[in-house]
Design a protein around this ligand. Structure first.
Ligand code: GLU
Length: 305
């Protein structure tokens, strides 16, 4: 048998080491997420040249949740430009949980959809869904069941929307914004689609399979910078310190890291740590990055560790 490709080997090793690690618990404040089988595990790499490698339950479709924020941020940057996004949202981590009432200044953990304020809520939603599909794959789609589960339990987010409105940071009807935000969190995608989103960001906005430019090249470094600072909730700093790659997780168990110019590394496993990050997802993605020698802060000449 021929030797597997080094990327496939890195994936197989990481999956074998961490794919069934115990620990963590499914998110349960959204009822839909509590019932996702917690043994599911998947790991995938999509490179900027379109090559793909994977292991595990890679075709299982899970909830995108907060990972949707990088797609909506991309849309906001395309529509408005980075100066306005920085002015209206800012780019500094709050150092507080993603849904913190105390963190009243806008940050990536709050609804970005208010910025995409052309047209009706339905038009905004359709554009947000379209950017998820353009960055990833055409089969990313809304789950009516998940959306119903989230809309019925999002009182906290509705409160945030009203507080933003009161503070002058809401640019359309707050309940409409919260509705669209909740829908953007309620799409399903598989781990290969998530890694494809990473590859599109890694290549400066060019889709790895279609070769089409989805984003302006100048916007992707800003998305990656936001991911570095806030992508893993309150443990973003620890992740940067230990892994050194921009990443984003969601409470659906998805986890994405980007190696600029090279690849997206994605994982899925439902049990979360106390911060809301997939326990096994973090381990698997970190192991692949480490085996392949990717860490943005490591100088090319210095050897690990
Ligand atoms: N829809 C979820 C919420 O806003 C997403 C949370 C997340 O993945 O961080 O509560």
């Amino acid at each position: 048998m021929p030797n597997p490709h080094p990327i496939q080997r890195a994936i197989d090793d990481a999956f074998q080491a961490f794919g069934q690690l115990p620990g963590g618990a499914n998110a349960d404040y959204i009822p839909f997420l509590a019932q996702v089988p917690d043994k599911l595990s998947a790991l995938a790499v999509v490179c900027t040249d379109g090559s793909r490698y994977w292991a595990g339950d890679v075709h299982y479709r899970f909830a995108i949740e907060s990972i949707s924020k990088i797609c909506t941020l991309a849309l906001a940057l395309e529509d408005w430009g980075h100066d306005i996004v920085q002015e209206k949202i800012g780019a500094d981590a709050t150092g507080l949980p993603f849904n913190s009432i105390m963190a009243l200044e806008l940050h990536a953990g709050k609804p970005l959809s208010p910025l995409v304020n052309a047209g009706s809520a339905e038009e905004r939603w359709q554009r947000i869904l379209a950017i998820q599909q353009q960055l990833g794959t055409a089969d990313i789609a809304l789950s009516e069941e998940l959306n119903a589960s989230e809309q019925a339990t999002n009182a906290h987010n509705r409160a945030i929307a009203w507080l933003l409105h009161a503070a002058g940071y809401m640019y359309c009807d707050p309940m409409e914004a919260c509705d669209v935000y909740t829908r953007q969190c309620s799409t399903l995608l598989d781990t290969l689609a998530l890694a494809t989103i990473g590859a599109t960001l890694a290549s400066g906005g060019v889709h790895p399979v279609s070769g089409q430019r989805v984003l302006q090249a100048g916007n992707t470094p800003r998305i990656l910078a936001d991911m570095t600072m806030e992508g893993l909730y309150d443990s973003s700093g620890d992740w940067a310190y230990t892994v050194g790659l921009p990443a984003k997780s969601g409470v659906g168990g998805g986890m994405l890291a980007v190696v600029p110019g090279v690849m997206g590394i994605a994982a899925f496993a439902p049990p979360l740590d106390v911060f809301g990050n997939s326990v096994r997802g973090q381990k698997m993605v970190a192991a692949v990055a480490d085996t392949l020698g990717y860490n943005l802060y490591r100088s090319p000449a210095s050897a690990a560790p």
